[in-house]
Design a protein around this ligand. Structure first.
Ligand SMILES: [Cu+2]
Length: 353
């Protein structure tokens, strides 16, 4: 109702303004002024163009600086820093072109306002000029595109062999992650094997899963390349690490991946962002259902030593007691290996290098 009244008020105000203009025109006709637009009007409009130019530029600069507080802090990954730099190069170029063209537009509107003793020059075309203003933007755009493609190819290049493999598993409405352990290999999984004790359906027949660990909070060592393998149990989700400038769709029935190298620890970022409560997050960036907004997981980036300490406290996939059969959790477990890993868990990571 309020909206309708507001709309009605605006429409009535416009009609009133239009009628007033008409009255003024009629008055002018009655006074028999043959020239409706006077030199004074022209002067006023010309100067108004200049004022608009200056106020517009000032507003634009102020807004750009002010809006910075709404932006994400500096990128916390190697690729993120590269894509940010590319984005800012684009912004800089657009700004330069914007300032030059807008200045010319408003300046000439003022300079070449109507004067009684001045006649406009008829200048239909100039092929040389048209050639250059077509070729220069085309070459600049081509450069930007080729550089952007090169950047994209480097970002999506296959992971180096020693990259740490971590699975990120999305479902309505939470994330679970699995670390690949000392062999750096994730065991295969199958949704048919999903139980409360085995939430990712890891196949116990696959021995590479014996050292896999499942976590509900992601931790990553700083300056170490990680390759995320993304999966989804139900529908398409999108794993989004805003501070790492990384995002990848999680599609049921297939594996997608993204390589990332975190460069700033959580503690350092708290100092950079002037916020001691700052935490990195993994968000879902596909509207995947009613609790989509709640689909997030904390990410901690820390030193290698802190990471190892945390990792040692996490549970192995198959070390969890089975709810239905507590005496024999998994038949194929290599008990010596599991026992050894449980006693000296730090070895799991230390020997991965
Ligand atoms: Cu989702």
């Amino acid at each position: 109702m309020i909206n309708l009244l507001t709309l009605l008020t605006i429409v009535l105000a416009l009609i009133t303004g239009w009628r007033l203009m008409r009255v003024l025109e009629l008055v002018r006709d009655l006074r028999d002024e043959d020239e409706h637009i006077t030199t004074k009007d022209n002067n006023f409009n010309g100067i108004a163009f200049l004022v608009f130019l200056v106020v517009g530029f000032a507003g634009m600069i102020w807004f750009t600086i002010d809006a910075k507080k709404y932006l994400l802090p500096v990128a916390a990954s190697k690729n993120g820093a590269l894509t940010d730099a590319y984005l800012y190069q684009n912004f800089a170029l657009i700004m330069v072109v914007f300032f030059i063209t807008q200045f010319l537009l408003f300046y000439y509107a003022w300079k070449y306002q109507y004067k009684k003793d001045r006649k406009a020059l008829f200048y239909p075309d100039n092929h040389k000029l048209e050639f250059w203003w077509t070729v220069i933007p085309a070459v600049v755009l081509m450069g930007l595109i080729v550089y952007g493609l090169k950047l994209w190819i480097s970002i999506t290049a296959p992971a180096p062999k020693d990259a740490m493999v971590v699975e990120v598993y999305g479902k309505q409405f939470d994330w679970t992650a699995r670390y690949s352990g000392e062999d750096n290999k994730l065991a295969r999984s199958n949704f048919k094997l999903i139980t409360d004790a085995n939430p990712l359906g890891v196949d116990s027949i696959d021995v590479t899963g014996m050292d896999d660990k499942i976590v509900n909070e992601l931790h990553l060592p700083v300056n170490k390349t990680v390759v995320f393998k993304f999966h989804s149990r139900d529908i398409i989700h999108s794993a989004y690490f805003p501070h790492l400038r990384a995002q990848m769709n999680c599609v049921p029935g297939m594996t997608t991946e993204f390589v990332v190298e975190p460069t700033i620890t959580t503690d350092s970022m708290r100092l950079i962002a002037h916020n001691d409560k700052f935490d990195y997050v993994l968000l879902c960036n596909k509207i995947c259902g009613v609790a989509h907004y709640n689909m997030r997981m904390k990410l901690v980036i820390e030193s290698e030593a802190d990471f190892k300490k945390w990792y040692a406290t996490q549970n192995y996939v198959f070390a969890r007691p089975e709810v239905s059969a507590p005496a024999t959790p998994v038949t194929v477990v290599d008990s010596t290996k599991t026992a050894e890993a449980a006693v000296t868990p730090n070895k799991v990571i230390a020997s991965k290098k």
